[in-house]
Design a protein. Structure first.
Length: 263
């Protein structure tokens, strides 16, 4: 793990040491995001992106706040230079979309504004029963700038996304589950354990197949049916050329657990 002075802590965990746990580490300010924290997040994600041993990433935080959004003191100092703030957050969150590994947001506490946008940039979201969500930017004179107007609509549908963004209201974990923002909720003390279990379940599968599945989903969601199907063709072609597919089929007939090597 990095030094305690870091705002973003990274450690390898899991039975095969192939899960990266990113811990947001600015609890004194409810893990609000400032320039330094976003830059550290970018650096961490770039480093992990270049680490082929990483199969899944979990974004986690201790305490009562997962991420309460942008640091208002930092944000309020920008004025006409707001483009710098907006671009920095967008670039950091885009790395989650572009990564070869799936990213799980394990949300234990506030996920507000930029914090909810960070969660939306992750592939899978699970939450504790005490999690609280919201896009309250309009209540302080702002519009979302780190992806909510795009990703929230894709995740929960256009009408619900507009209602949540335009009202700026906060809502609890059970509503987040109902609208499909999160896929599961757990007691707070179980959340980290459940996130690791989910990550382990993914790491048991063929690495290249998981990567190509994520890539095809991301490409297809904004494409025509033809383009989406073509993305599947490309991904499947890559999978059929791997040793893993032969291992996976052999394991079925031999009634054993497959040993995937990512080749």
């Amino acid at each position: 793990m990095e030094t305690i002075d870091s705002l973003i802590l990274v450690e390898k965990i899991g039975s095969n040491n192939n899960i990266a746990l990113i811990t947001l580490n600015r609890q004194k300010t409810l893990n609000t995001l400032n320039e330094e924290m976003l830059c550290q997040l970018k650096d961490a994600l770039i480093s992990l992106k270049n680490d082929k041993s990483v199969r899944v990433v979990i974004v986690y935080a201790e305490g009562k706040s997962w991420c309460a959004g942008a640091d208002l003191k930092w944000m309020g100092s920008f004025g006409k230079e707001a483009n710098k703030l907006i671009k920095l957050g967008q670039e950091a969150f885009a790395l989650l979309d572009e990564a070869h590994f799936p990213v799980i947001a394990a949300i234990n506490g506030y996920a507000l504004g930029g914090g909810m946008e960070l969660a939306l940039a992750c592939d899978i979201r699970i939450a504790s029963e005490k999690a609280l969500f919201g896009q309250p930017e309009t209540t302080v004179g702002l519009a979302p700038g780190w992806g909510a107007t795009y990703r929230l609509s894709k995740t929960v549908g256009l009408g619900i996304a507009k209602e949540l963004i335009l009202t700026g209201r906060k809502f609890p974990a059970d509503e987040a589950l109902k609208i499909g923002l999160v896929s599961a909720i757990y007691p707070p003390e179980k959340l980290k354990e459940k996130a690791i279990e989910l990550a382990e379940q993914i790491t048991n599968n063929a690495p290249i197949a998981v990567q190509e599945a994520k890539r095809s989903i991301n490409r297809g969601v904004n494409a025509s049916l033809e383009e989406g199907l073509n993305a599947e063709v490309e991904g499947s072609k890559i999978c059929f050329e791997t040793e893993d597919i032969r291992e996976g089929i052999a394991a079925i007939f031999e009634k054993r657990k497959p040993e995937f090597k990512g080749k």
